[in-house]
Design a protein around this ligand. Sequence first.
Ligand code: EPU
Length: 302
Amino acid sequence: MRINDSAIVERLKELGVELRAAVSLKEKTSLGIGGTTDELLLHRYDTIPQVMRLLADAGIPHRFLGGGTNVLIADGELPWVVLHLPVAHPGMRVEGNSAFVDASADLGGMVTFCAKHDLGGMEGLIGVPGSVGGALRMNAGAYGTQIGPWVREVELYRAASGEVETVRGKEIRFDYRHTSFAPDDVMLRVKLELPSKPYKEILAGIKMCNEKRRASQPLNQKSAGCIFKNPPGGSAGRMIDELKLKGHRVGDAGVSDRHANFFVNLADATCDDMQRLIDDVRERVRAAYGAELENEVIFWRN
Ligand code: EPU
């Protein structure tokens, strides 16, 4: 989708928004899949309500993209523009046992920043790719840690009210890879409360998680992490592996040889390739185990 109306372009500029025309979202996602659209970089958090109102009044559909690490986006010309919080200098500061972090910060960067201030608890999150905002929305987790329990406050733009609001951690439900945020809530900042721990100890935990991850996940290939959530009490990766589906392909989309719940873009996979691979594997698991695998990856279709 293109924003061509010069009055809107001018007003966006006044609101501190940088417009990048015809951006390929292949470059913006860890899967390397996605069509083309205009991208708006929101350099000022304080003008977000006005920007959103402007887009709504002009009838311009939009979606917020965080780190792009857990999303499967349609191919071709997309019918919505993409909004993005810039990542150049995200705010991060520590005060006692509290950390205040902008949603656009890199999740791993936040973990190491807090570690350097002797604040631990999030070691397991170290290798999870993506932004702090995406991690909050999904309640990202790994190696027994999730971000949810550390959250004390989230500042967000609430589309339903058109306002920036602060929500207390206690008011948010953090479940397994799911939260009670509305789909159009936009994460802006978070306040975390973390346990004190010596840097050296945190570092040892971080190293251990990194090693486990390197040993079991295809980190050098294009993926969106695990494609399916684990079913209650089960392991999607183990089930897919047991069905001998490692290496199974549809076009350039393939089940990783290393971890069967990682689906990788082997060269130039399309969204359709990936979608068909997901549907095929889900169907085979259903037939063999009677289990219905739920997507962990988020679909952005037209
Ligand atoms: N397994 C296999 N074959 C495989 C993959 C796994 O037999 O190809 C077996 C393993 O040997 C193990 C069990 O399945 O006994 C579980 O595997 P693993 O420890 O790799 O964990 P997982 O349940 O597959 C989850 C998260 C990962 C997270 C790891 C580590 C989900 C869907 N996945 O994977 O998160 O990194 O635990 O904590 O919850 C993600 O969310 O994108 C993600 C990668």
